[in-house]
Design a protein. Structure first.
Length: 668
């Protein structure tokens, strides 16, 4: 109807001056609304024919708006306390927000407490967020004392931050004012919004958490600013739950547990992001590799190996240097010749550390003629690759500069691409389940179709459309939730990634399946079809772990270091009640070793209670204890990791229990 509003399928009569505030006035949980697919303030005046829907404060969009509003409150508090502070940007982020400031000195813990207290006062005051559309001149006048905002105005809000000033879809510059109950503007910021109707809706579910240094617009060439972080939730209870999750995440931090269990380290002499695995960490890494290698062979893959370095030209052929070069280490000159003065008399050939395995697998495919009978050709290797990650983003095992990928590439006929992707997804999900991860959703990463970043992707529109359709259809067949990720594709094609939730509900990107129609063309890959014609195969990339290093880090945190028996570096610790029982337990340990079990005897001088505590701290799945009665009966006391204990278990039964737990991959 021409004189109505469509509100989530319900028809509402339209009148001049109608706003979302009036429509949703009876539901206090609604804090904003969707207007023709875009989130806007409730105070936005509506036009006849508009389509709207409510945004509740505890929905994903509502939480984003809550956090963005809390960022404004924090910025207002900072400028109230530090009038000389100049505003940077202040977007919402996952689980929170931040705001950047140019200040004379870094913020102290005492400063953060004062900012929290001041923010709470602003929240309680119930200030109104008021959206004002302005011209460029008006915006500059309002932000005359804010140099960073003036830069954004000149750029028309360009940039990736969520407080950019250009209203989406309109090109309008907007300012948000904080208006007190007297109707006076007490603070303002260049921002596209939307925001909550009032600061009071932020409630007591927010907290200022920490501060750090940050460069203006993320560029090291720009000014160094101070970034204040915070978090905001729909209720105080939700905030408490979030804080509890953070505490649990800290307890599970793989860097801390890795040091406690002596699994790996990062020697300063090697440099940032380059781990070394100690013997116990090496056991876990070997078990992971052995298992996934065997699974690949079962699934029809052939194991190959490629070098860590190659001529630079290879990565121009593959397209990686033009599109991925910033993530690769600089070239190394090979066969360079110098005279006696050290001057170069013959230029060397530039080589690169391998950043990905696919170009070399293409060379294996191309090494001889291929027939349709060879397809699908599935190549797999544990390929160590090197990425020139910035020091600021390197993080334990989950973001490293040297990583080993369980990398595979399937070469198939175009008409068989869907079948192979289906095979790969089934393989991936079964493998993750074997490692104790069974809560998944899928993410479909496509190219940016808006045109802003389209030059970062190669291939025709038709190729992208076809590849995306194939991936989407197969992903939907799994029955798992499929979440769009526009702009997240690799430069050569779209991908489906498995997002797995760990024991405390955090999401990790695990395996990926990527459809590539560009590299086969670039490398001139062909096969002879049944009719004798030459055709180009489709290439499908897949990494099951992603990288062994990252996957191990995820598993450490998922299990909090208490690995299932088959992965545990030490599966059994034997503890004698007194020294006289050492020899008896040595015989028990010998039987376990003969059965392939990883076992240690604690024959140290520590007292018995301390030995039990040490075994508990090391998170060993099973402890076998022996005293006089056990020895006389040919038995042991069988102690589990949770502290439960079975006494008088025969040695034969104990060995059988342990071996079965290993073989069945029991989650003990």
């Amino acid at each position: 109807m021409a004189d109505s509003i469509d509100c989530a399928g319900e028809t509402i009569p339209w009148k001049q001056g109608l706003t979302g505030t009036e429509i949703f006035s009876t539901d206090r949980t609604v804090v904003a609304m969707w207007l023709d697919g875009q989130p806007v303030d409730l105070s936005r005046e509506l036009a006849a024919g508009d389509q709207i829907a409510p945004i509740s404060i505890d929905s994903p969009a509502g939480l984003d708006i809550l956090r963005h509003s809390a960022a404004h409150v924090t910025a207002q508090a900072v400028q109230d306390l530090f009038p000389e502070a100049k505003l940077g940007i202040g977007p919402y982020i996952t689980d929170g927000y931040y705001f950047d400031f140019d200040v004379a000195e870094p913020f102290t813990p005492e400063d953060l407490k004062a900012i929290q207290k001041k923010s709470a006062q602003i929240v309680k005051a119930g200030q109104t967020f008021n959206r004002v559309v302005v011209t460029e001149g008006e915006a500059k006048a309002r932000m005359a004392n804010e140099p960073y905002k003036l830069e954004l105005i000149t750029d028309k809000g360009a940039g990736s931050d969520d407080s950019a000033s250009v209203e989406v879809g309109t090109g309008e510059l907007t300012v948000y004012e904080n208006v007190d109950r007297k109707g006076e503007v007490v603070w303002q910021d260049l921002c596209r919004g939307p925001h909550l109707p009032t600061t009071k809706l932020i409630g007591n579910g927010f907290a200022v958490t920490r501060s750090s240094a940050a460069y203006w617009r993320g560029d090291q060439a720009n000014a160094s600013l101070q970034r204040v972080y915070g978090t905001a939730w729909a209720s105080k209870e939700d905030l408490k739950a979030h804080q509890d999750r953070l505490a649990e995440a800290e307890r599970r931090d793989h860097r801390k547990i890795g040091a406690e269990l002596d699994l790996f380290s990062f020697p300063e002499e090697l440099g940032s992001g380059l781990p070394v695995f100690h013997p116990k960490g090496g056991v876990i890494k070997r078990e992971m590799e052995d298992y996934v290698r065997a699974r690949h062979i079962e699934e029809g893959f052939e194991y190959v190996g490629t070098p860590h370095i190659s001529k630079e030209a290879l990565y121009y052929t593959s397209g990686h240097l033009p599109y991925y070069g910033e993530n690769m280490f600089p070239p190394i000159s090979v066969d360079e010749v110098h005279d006696e003065n050290g001057e170069i008399v013959k230029e060397g050939t530039p080589y690169r550390l391998k950043a990905m395995n696919c170009p070399m697998h293409n060379l294996i495919y191309r090494s001889r003629g291929r027939s349709y009978r060879d397809l699908p050709l599935r190549l797999f290797e544990f390929g160590t690759v090197y990425r020139d990650e910035a020091s600021g983003v390197v993080h334990g095992l989950t973001r490293v500069r040297a990583l080993t990928q369980d990398d595979s590439h399937s070469y198939v006929a175009q008409e068989d691409a869907g079948k192979e992707i289906r095979h790969l997804l089934e393989f991936v999900l079964s493998l993750l389940r074997d490692f104790g991860l069974d809560d998944f959703y899928l993410e479909l990463s496509t190219r940016d179709e808006e045109g802003k970043k389209k030059d970062k992707f190669i291939g025709s529109d038709e190729q992208w459309a076809e590849a995306t359709q194939v991936l989407e259809e197969v992903a939907l067949e799994t029955g798992l939730e499929l979440v769009p990720d526009p702009g997240g594709a690799a430069f050569y094609g779209p991908k489906v990634s498995v997002q797995a939730r760990d024991a405390i509900g955090r999401t990790w990107q695990m395996s990926t399946v990527q459809l590539d129609f560009n590299q086969p063309e670039r490398f001139g890959l062909e096969y002879q079809a049944a009719d004798g014609t030459r055709k180009q195969p489709v290439m499908i990339h897949s990494a099951k772990f992603g990288s062994i290093e990252r996957f191990m880090g995820v598993l450490i945190e998922h299990y909090a270091g208490a690995f299932p028996v088959w992965l545990a570096p030490v599966q059994v610790t034997c503890i004698p009640v007194a020294e006289e029982f050492n020899d008896y337990l040595a015989e028990v340990a010998a039987q376990l070793k003969a059965a392939g079990v990883r076992v240690e005897i604690d024959d140290s001088d520590d007292r018995f209670p301390k030995k039990i505590r040490n075994a508990s701290k090391s998170k060993v799945p099973f402890v076998l204890i022996a005293g006089g009665e056990d020895r006389d009966a040919g038995a042991v006391s069988f102690r589990f990791r949770n502290g439960e204990q079975d006494n008088g278990v025969s040695v034969a039964e104990a060995v059988t229990r342990i071996v079965e737990s290993v073989e069945t991959k029991a989650q003990v």
